[in-house]
Design a protein around this ligand. Structure first.
Ligand SMILES: Cc1ncc(COP(=O)(O)O)c(C=O)c1O
Length: 458
């Protein structure tokens, strides 16, 4: 192979030989030989194309209201901002490394705060690991537990990093879809109508199943799993000795009468569950990138090994700010002054605003029970204008979003990217909007929608 590459190179520069060709021949040979060696690790095969890059770029086009990406465009609460300022301007030692597995005041408050919610006595040193965002917690968990050939059950639609993280660890993702049932007459579609088929879920468990990823409240659908649904997942995990990776980053963002339940709080589940959280989602500060994972020492000790040998340590000042914010919340817990009480009330108003606006122009939102997001059923458009520009094999929702950005000035995320490849065509008639937005952004959305509606009039 190398000999062939060198021969091609000689052929190309042959006519130059005798001029300044000595140096260029050497350079060419060097480049050819360097290129002949495989560069990227095999674990990146199949995951190197990320649709987010394309859609995030489209959002930066002029005059587009960005309802695509999941971050608040309003400030975190004052007490959290003050905590960060205090961390930056106070004790100079907060500029230095702290304990690798978490700044002690943070692991302490996380242990006491979540210990009460999970009904466990948590040891800050053994049951808590602070990570670079929830992303870091998830990556560490997959690396620590998933072996070559292990199967990981992923419930669709799913936060898209679960699949590449499973693959990078050498695992095999096994998908099971939540399926929608029609809304009752006169009722709005709700994320609660999307359910797992218990028989189908049970059929996915095999002797190779190592873990199941459960995301509640779910991104992108906004589904909040009910107690019976969690009990079903819990009993299958126990029956097949499977670890549950519970991604609960939106746990405080639950609306109407619904309630978030941590699967780790169900009988027999603490010992086999990793509960993942995010300060970014908790305090509306996604740029802080502080996350955590809670679990029994028998699981967490392996995550600590990965953490110790990869990132080792998360920024101390951000951890200090999160610690102080949780200390404040612990004092206000359950009271009207608590951010965890106020935030869902405010965000529910934004959700309702968006639902009403979308309906008023004839779009069909599926009302989410929780999270930052709602999805919209665009199957009517698919029937009316099936031939939107784009490659024939490109899922409809991707073409629809590109069309909508260009023609309507609204940015969403196509929902098929939250499904495995074989299922994308089945779920290519939904788009995701984020309603964790300032009133001014929602008003800008209203204006775009009203113009869209006027365009529909004869
Ligand atoms: C379901 C889910 N899990 C994890 C994350 C990552 O959170 P973080 O920003 O703390 O890394 C996100 C972010 O969008 C998410 O939606």
């Amino acid at each position: 192979m190398f000999r062939n590459a060198a021969a091609i190179c000689l052929h190309l520069v042959g006519p130059l030989w005798g001029q300044k060709s000595g140096a260029s021949l050497t350079r060419c040979l060097h480049q050819t030989l360097a290129m002949a060696k495989r560069l990227q690790a095999r674990r990146l095969d199949g995951i190197d194309h990320n649709p987010w890059v394309e859609f995030v770029k489209l959002a930066s086009e002029a005059d587009v209201v960005n309802l695509g990406q999941g971050f608040p465009d309003f400030p975190p609460p004052d007490f959290a901002l003050e905590a960060f300022q205090h961390a930056v301007s106070g004790d100079f030692m907060l500029n230095q490394y702290t304990k690798a597995f978490g700044y002690p005041p943070l692991t302490k408050i996380l242990a006491s705060f979540f210990g009460k919610l999970l009904g466990q006595e948590l040891d800050p040193l053994k049951n808590v690991l602070v990570t670079v965002g929830a992303y870091g917690a998830l990556f560490t968990a997959f690396q620590a537990l998933v072996d070559e050939g292990d199967e990981v059950i992923i419930i669709e639609p799913f936060f898209d990093c679960y699949e590449p993280m499973t693959l990078m660890a050498g695992g095999l993702p096994v998908f099971v879809s939540l399926k929608p049932s029609p809304a009752q007459d006169g009722e709005l579609d709700s994320s609660s109508n999307w359910q797992l088929d218990p028989m189908e879920l049970a059929s996915k468990f095999t002797p190779r199943t190592k873990a199941l990823v459960l995301n509640t409240p779910n991104n992108p659908l906004g589904k909040v799993f009910s107690k019976p649904e969690l009990e079903l997942v819990a009993s299958l995990c126990q029956q097949h000795d499977v670890v549950c990776i519970a991604d609960e980053v939106y746990q405080w963002l639950v609306y109407d009468q619904y309630q978030h339940i941590s699967i780790a709080s169900l009988p027999g589940m603490w010992e086999r569950t990793l509960t993942v959280g995010s300060a970014g989602k908790t305090f509306s500060a996604t740029g802080w990138k502080v996350g955590w994972v809670l679990g029994p020492d028998r699981l967490l000790r392996h995550l600590r090994t990965v953490h110790q040998n990869s990132v080792f340590h998360c920024p101390t000042q951000a951890q200090a700010a999160v610690a102080q914010s949780f200390e404040r919340e612990q004092l206000h817990f359950g009271q009207p002054s608590s951010y965890f009480v106020q935030l869902p009330q405010a965000v529910q108003r934004s959700r309702d605003h968006m639902v009403q606006s979308l309906q008023s122009v004839g779009l069909r939102p599926i009302v989410p029970q929780g999270s930052y997001f709602l999805i919209i059923d665009v199957s009517d458009f698919k029937k009316k204008m099936p031939d939107l520009p784009g490659a024939a094999d490109e899922p409809y929702d991707r073409r629809f979003v590109k069309w909508m950005i260009k023609n309507k000035g609204l940015m969403a995320i196509p929902v098929s990217i939250f499904f495995s490849l074989p299922h994308q065509k089945l779920f290519d008639h939904y788009i995701r909007f984020c309603f964790m937005k300032d009133e001014s952004t929602l008003q800008a959305m209203d204006e775009k929608l009203q113009k869209w509606k006027e365009g529909l009039r004869p």
